[in-house]
Design a binder for this molecule. Structure first.
Ligand SMILES: Nc1ncnc2c1ncn2[C@@H]1O[C@H](COP(=O)(O)OP(=O)(O)OP(=O)(O)O)[C@@H](O)[C@H]1O
Ligand SMILES: O=C(O)[C@H](O)COP(=O)(O)O
Length: 397
């Protein structure tokens, strides 16, 4: 892999595509700075070499050009605190003033460009927009794994303007290495834990994993579509009616491939979607009318924990319930604890992917107790599905 270790950045300006698409609260305070922290090793190496850093990123999905809500100025003070450098800000990512600010940048300094998606050319992968961006730096570095599945101007198209000077940052390299390890060098037993809201988001991944895993655990909102497809009653739980047939097919495929597919045996139900709702445990597929399943039940948690604790490789994507509410986080916490135990006591390699699973593990303070927490949501899913990511291809190709 062509990483920044292969280059001495002394007196060079590195144009780095990062993924600083971080969650902000109503007062524009960052609620999870993981993606910024994850880019720090790359930034430090370049500054230490005696280079200067120009950071470019998107934030959110602005549709109508410059919008205060999506300005990257909101992350400036945190970025300065985390890097220990008084970061400069260019209020446009291209144009005269950005060019001047980039040109004036001295070794050891950092410039953050305004949100790339304020230009529709970014998402369109416009070549001349990419060329304008490319003029700002001497070397291109891609460290934006979270956005590597997008063929955008700054993530992929721009690389053609740096035929001899394009590198993966440390985060990209680590993400790809860990995903590779899971896909191609998994020690057995290999268990995948799938959860989250929808089956439809994860069909391709589940199909791919059926080729690889020994155990496939399915929990979270998607499990109710399986329960309903098998003839169960699920009340007002999440249901993707048009995916029932497919759920049954996945069950058959698992059988044919000798994969142990494990579905919930009980579930915690609530009379409304609220933390203080009335709740009780019932057998899966026996949810009374008007009630909804919001977490796996205690028997299921135990069942899942046994399988997880005996595994040597673990891939976890998607929470087991509505973990954002205290009352329905128990199942997700039980799975997190088991993943930690397998990592520590059984020497398992554990990779957590997906925005919400990563948020859950951070909420429980267990981020450092598992092998790796990916910064990618969609990007990791696509990589695991076997797709070539445009951001990776641009550097490799
Ligand atoms: N039983 C359930 N009923 C309703 N919502 C649920 C249920 N179980 C989980 N969820 C919700 O699913 C959401 C997470 O699903 P998602 O598929 O987005 O997970 P992820 O893959 O970790 O994250 P991302 O898609 O952001 O990468 C959470 O907000 C959680 O509250
Ligand atoms: O948060 C993400 O998954 C990445 O930053 C990509 O964002 P996007 O889905 O808006 O392209």
């Amino acid at each position: 892999m062509n990483t920044i270790d292969q280059f001495d950045f002394k007196d060079k300006k590195a144009l780095i595509r990062v993924d600083f698409n971080v969650p902000l609260d109503d007062e524009f305070k960052i609620t999870d700075d993981k993606r910024i922290r994850a880019a720090l090793p790359t930034i430090s190496k370049i500054l230490k070499d005696g280079g200067a850093v120009i950071l470019m990123s998107h934030l959110g999905r602005p549709k109508d050009g410059p919008t205060d809500k999506y300005s990257l100025k909101h992350i400036l003070s945190d970025l300065s605190a985390l890097t220990g450098v008084d970061v400069k800000f260019a209020d446009d990512c291209i144009g005269e003033s950005a060019v001047k600010q980039a040109a004036d940048l001295k070794p050891g300094e950092i410039l953050l460009l305004e949100n790339l998606r304020f230009y529709k050319e970014e998402e369109k992968g416009d070549v001349s927009f990419a060329e304008k961006l490319s003029k700002l730096g001497d070397v291109y570095v891609n460290d934006a794994f979270g956005t590597a599945h997008r063929a955008h101007a700054s993530t992929s198209i721009i690389a053609q303007f740096f035929p001899e000077a394009k590198y993966f940052g440390y985060l990209m390299a680590a993400e790809v290495e860990n995903a590779e390890k899971i896909l191609n060098h998994a020690e057995r037993p290999f268990t995948a834990i799938m959860g989250g809201a929808k089956v439809s988001d994860k069909i391709l991944l589940i199909e791919k994993l059926l080729e690889k895993v020994d155990n496939l655990i399915i929990g979270g909102g998607m499990a109710y579509t399986f329960a309903k497809a098998q003839g169960g009653e699920i009340g007002t739980s999440l249901l993707e009616a048009d995916k029932q047939e497919l759920s049954l097919e996945l069950i058959e495929k698992a059988k044919a491939k000798g994969v142990n597919l494990i579905l919930p045996v009980d579930t915690v139900i609530a009379d409304r979607f609220a933390n203080d709702a009335d709740k009780k445990d019932v057998t899966s597929g026996e949810i009374p009318e008007g009630w909804m399943g919001l977490d796996i039940g205690p028997k299921t948690a135990k069942l899942f924990q046994e399988v997880i604790k005996n595994s040597k490789t673990l891939l976890w994507n998607g929470p087991m319930g509505v973990f954002e509410m205290e009352s329905f986080q128990v199942g997700t916490k039980a799975v997190a604890d088991a993943v930690v135990a397998a990592t520590k006591d059984n020497g398992a390699f554990s990779l957590i992917g997906g925005g919400d699973s990563a948020a859950a593990i951070a909420k429980f303070g267990l981020e450092d107790e598992v092998s790796y927490v990916s910064t990618g949501g969609g990007a990791l899913l696509e990589y695991m599905e076997g797709k070539e990511l445009p951001g990776v291809k641009a550097i490799n190709g």
